[in-house]
Design a protein around this ligand. Structure first.
Ligand SMILES: *[C@@H]1O[C@H](CO)[C@@H](O)[C@H](O)[C@H]1NC(C)=O
Ligand SMILES: *[C@@H]1O[C@H](CO)[C@@H](O)[C@H](O)[C@H]1NC(C)=O
Ligand SMILES: *[C@@H]1O[C@H](CO)[C@@H](O)[C@H](O)[C@H]1NC(C)=O
Ligand SMILES: *[C@@H]1O[C@H](CO)[C@@H](O)[C@H](O)[C@H]1NC(C)=O
Length: 456
């Protein structure tokens, strides 16, 4: 946190230095600098005014001031609006080391680097801006509200830059936005709720930022195909309606989610291919409903505080290729049904308290069973550690997780509200991986754009 404040502060310092430098070195402004090196009154006034320019607009965001040269000729009014949006954005950019916006000059918006035009959906006789792909631009700045003028945009990709601040409220006007990739930037604050109001959105990628707080439950009711929110600071119990989400991929890794792994996951059996929950604070047993996910190829729940057995039901996940349950507090025996899954290649269950594994497990191409309580296997926990942990049985009902089917027979008599017996949680030492952890790398923008139903 301290570092972020520092970074933010640093950006403002940069901004200030930038303003100051332009004040100091443009000849007309030179007289503003007083000879003793302090701020003269007029200089202070000037800087105050300049700062005001950066703090107006109805949402309290920094404002820009784009004026359109009347001599410019635009091919249609939407291109003119795009010009205003992009010029405002250019003003909001403090550093562009690759000079990607260097040619954002003049009315030929469709020729600007990283800007893509195509015929408008509602009027194919005119061109409009359909996509922006600024990935890996290393650009520092923020997103101005004027970007809401890009009403025809289907693709907005700005991953791996240094954009900070928040997502503009006016993004609500981007009714055709299909893919939003803000990953690996410096966005902060609460979940950008505006994305919930984008009717065409299918692909949401905000991973590797500094977002914090809760995830609105509406996210999981939305008709999305992919949700990447890993490597932020979200802290939340996952809501029960997770199972409503029709996504094929969801990555929640490296946040501070806690509570139960929702049993409603079982409802995603027709659509879900990959789910990554690693390195959060989930604390429950694995719901048996997880076994319904017959199309799932990747399941990673490692580095949480999951307890209880690995359910035999996981043997129903017929498509499973990668299974990682390492660094939890799971116990019991590894069922033969899991290790016999036809496509399973990599099964990692190290750093748990398993006491047995089916012999067929040892034939898997890639297996990690270290640091368990497995008899006659190398690199296991000490007998004392195993005895201490295993002497206290786990009661899965004590987590009080909601079942998937809402109308089950009345629950069994309440178990005593004793704290769940656990030894000290495993020490999670996970250095942040470089921002390339990408279970599915999105195809290049126009491939997706062409695929997208938006353009059909
Ligand atoms: C924008 O800039 C013009 C000319 O530089 C100035 O006259 C105008 O007052 C500015 N508008 C705002 C809202 O700051
Ligand atoms: C940036 O690009 C523009 C247009 O392509 C060019 O005129 C300008 O000289 C470039 N600036 C730098 C610093 O390379
Ligand atoms: C299962 O998902 C469907 C939508 O795919 C939703 O209508 C339904 O409410 C979900 N049921 C539960 C129990 O989550
Ligand atoms: C198997 O999975 C583990 C944990 O996800 C990973 O560290 C390892 O590299 C994987 N092995 C292969 C061959 O992919």
């Amino acid at each position: 946190m301290k570092e972020d404040i520092h970074n933010l502060h640093f950006d403002f310092l940069l901004l200030f230095a930038f303003l100051f430098a332009s004040t100091a070195f443009s000849s007309s402004e030179y007289s503003l600098i007083s000879s003793n090196g302090g701020l003269s009154d007029s200089e202070a006034r000037y800087i105050r005014q300049r700062q005001l320019l950066y703090y107006r607009d109805e949402f309290g965001d920094r404002g820009e001031n784009v004026s359109v040269d009347p001599s410019l000729v635009f091919e249609n009014p939407r291109i003119k609006n795009a010009y205003i949006a992009l010029q405002a954005w250019k003003q909001a950019i403090l550093s562009d080391p690759l000079n990607l916006t260097g040619d954002w000059v003049g009315s030929g918006v469709c020729d600007y680097t990283v800007v893509f035009c195509s015929p408008a959906l509602d009027d194919p006789s005119i061109r409009t801006v359909a996509g922006i792909d600024l990935n890996h631009g290393d650009i520092a700045g923020y997103l101005p509200e004027e970007l809401g003028l890009l009403v025809d945009i289907a693709l907005f990709h700005i991953n791996s830059n240094r954009f900070c601040g928040t997502v503009p409220h006016k993004f609500v006007n981007l009714k055709l936005l299909f893919e939003l990739d803000l990953s690996n930037n410096r966005f902060a604050g609460r979940f950008p709720e505006v994305v919930l109001r984008l009717p065409s959105l299918k692909f949401l990628d905000i991973r590797f930022n500094e977002f914090e707080g809760k995830i609105p439950r509406e996210l999981f009711d939305k008709d999305l195909d992919a949700i990447f929110i890993n490597h932020n600071r979200f802290a939340f119990d996952l809501p029960e309606n997770l199972g409503n989400s029709p996504v094929s991929v969801i990555v929640l890794a490296n946040n501070k989610f806690h509570g139960c792994v929702p049993a409603s996951l079982g409802n995603m059996s027709e659509t879900l291919n990959e789910i990554i929950l690693m390195n959060n604070g989930f604390r429950s047993c694995l719901p048996v409903e997880i076994g319904l996910l017959k199309d799932l190829t990747v399941l990673d729940v490692s580095f949480n505080q999951l307890m209880g057995p690995l359910t035999d039901a996981i043997g129903g996940m017929m498509s499973l290729e990668q299974l990682n349950v390492a660094h939890n507090m799971l116990s019991g025996k590894i069922p033969v049904s899991i290790c016999s899954l036809p496509n399973l290649q990599n099964f990692t269950y190290s750093y748990n308290f398993f006491t047995g594994e089916a012999p067929v497990c040892l034939n898997l191409p890639d297996l990690d069973d270290r640091r368990n309580c497995l008899p006659a296997r190398p690199a296991q926990r000490s007998a004392k550690q195993c005895k201490t942990f295993l002497s206290r049985p786990v009661d899965c009902s004590a987590f009080r997780c909601s079942p998937f089917v809402p109308f089950l027979p009345p629950p069994p008599p309440p178990s005593p509200p004793m704290p769940v017996p656990v030894p000290s949680p495993p020490v999670v030492v996970l250095s942040p991986p470089p921002p390339v952890y990408s279970p599915v790398s999105p195809p290049p923008p126009f491939f997706r754009l062409l695929q997208s139903s938006v353009l059909q």
